[in-house]
Design a protein around this ligand. Structure first.
Ligand code: ADP
Ligand code: MG
Length: 345
């Protein structure tokens, strides 16, 4: 039996016994929700939309989708060093999903597990019928000090700063390549991806479908990082945003990057160094933090990583000369145009 819109909201979104962030003065049920900005803080706000076919396969596990829909939004708060407070959820559901309550149940399960773990309250939203589409807006708090925002921005990198990245890079892209090959999408390397061991695919898929927003690390990097952003489109493209906003260039260390895949640490990983480098550079969907910090802050960065229980790796340096250079262990620029690494684009 199909659930009505209000029944659906009451049953699955308006939770009775769930923890509510103290900043949420009024939650679901009225025309507006009310959010109290914590004293001395600014609101950090970000929206991300997930569209079937564009951001996920139609048959994706709904529990993982609920997790990811919120995770990609929390990742934006993390990138700014904002503390999550609350979020709204605008949801278009096809008839088939409204009738299949099991789908909604699993979706909200994944969504609320992450929301509760991060202390972030669902405070409102909208529910309509339509092609599956999930739009979340997150609200976070960033303190000000002497009237100055403590938010981490893309624009503060300076020549000489170290470039750092959290966690692992490239695995989500690898999973996507395998899944596309499995679905019969033709590509020059499709045969190769189909031969990867199942444990490699399993780990890569977890990175694609269940990214961990680096909220604790973003908070710990306030006052330490000179620039920060989260990686959603791939390292090369995303780093350009910091370089443009900060008016500088960068060099990246190829030998470090080619070790950054989580799957590289598994026995039986058979990717070549150029394949690994390419995945790390041009990947996407990593939802790691990419940040810069003066080299005098190395110990502080490591301490922040320990306090946030999130590994970080130094992958290069900001330079005054504009552009991006990828260098080998001897500091020699890799041959060929940079874009030539981007086999999989
Ligand atoms: P309105 O008609 O005033 O826009 P709705 O009837 O759409 O309100 O929604 C009723 C209440 O349920 C509102 O408080 C709204 O924020 C909330 N709501 C609707 N859909 C969702 C959802 N998917 N998640 C959370 N809250 C929702
Ligand atoms: Mg209304």
């Amino acid at each position: 039996m199909a659930l009505g819109e209000f029944e659906l909201i009451a049953r699955y979104f308006q939770r009775q016994a769930a923890p509510v962030h103290p900043a949420v003065a009024l939650g679901i049920g009225d025309d507006c929700a009310l959010l109290q900005t914590p004293p001395g803080a600014q609101l950090a706000i970000s929206s991300d939309m997930l569209v079937e076919g564009q951001h996920f396969f139609p048959d994706v596990d709904p529990e993982a989708l609920g997790h990811k829909a919120l995770a990609v939004n929390l990742s934006d708060l993390a990138a700014c060093g904002a503390q999550p407070l609350a979020f709204t959820l605008a949801l278009a559901l096809p008839d088939s999903n409204v009738t299949r309550e099991a789908w909604i149940k699993a979706f909200t399960h994944g969504l609320f597990a992450l929301a509760d773990a991060q202390g972030c309250t669902l405070m409102g939203g909208d529910t309509t019928r339509g092609p599956l589409n999930i739009c979340i807006t997150v609200f976070g708090a960033v303190p000000t000090a002497q009237g100055r925002s403590q938010a981490l921005l893309r624009s503060g990198a300076k020549a000489g700063d170290d470039i750092w990245v959290s966690g692992t890079l490239g695995d989500a892209r690898l999973a996507l390549l395998v899944l596309k090959a499995q679905r019969g999408e033709r590509s020059p390397s499709a045969q190769r991806w189909l031969q990867l061991p199942p444990e490699v695919l399993k780990l890569a898929r977890a990175r694609l479908e269940r990214p961990s927003p680096r909220v604790a690390l973003g908070l710990a990097l306030r006052g330490i990082a000179s620039a920060c952003m989260d990686l959603s489109d791939g390292l090369v493209g995303d780093l350009q945003h910091i370089l443009e906003a900060s008016g500088c260039g960068a060099r990246l260390l190829a030998p470090v990057l080619s070790e950054l895949l989580a799957t590289h640490r598994l026995n039986g990983t058979v990717l070549t160094p150029p394949e690994r480098l390419s995945l790390a550079l041009s990947g996407g969907d990593d939802y790691e933090l990419l940040f810069t910090a003066p080299s005098t802050q190395r110990a502080a960065v490591m301490a922040a990583a320990v306090s946030a229980d999130t590994p970080v790796t130094r992958i290069g340096q900001i330079e005054a000369q504009e552009g991006l250079r990828v260098v080998d262990a001897q500091g020699q620029r890799l041959a060929g145009r940079f874009a030539s690494f981007d086999h999989f684009a």
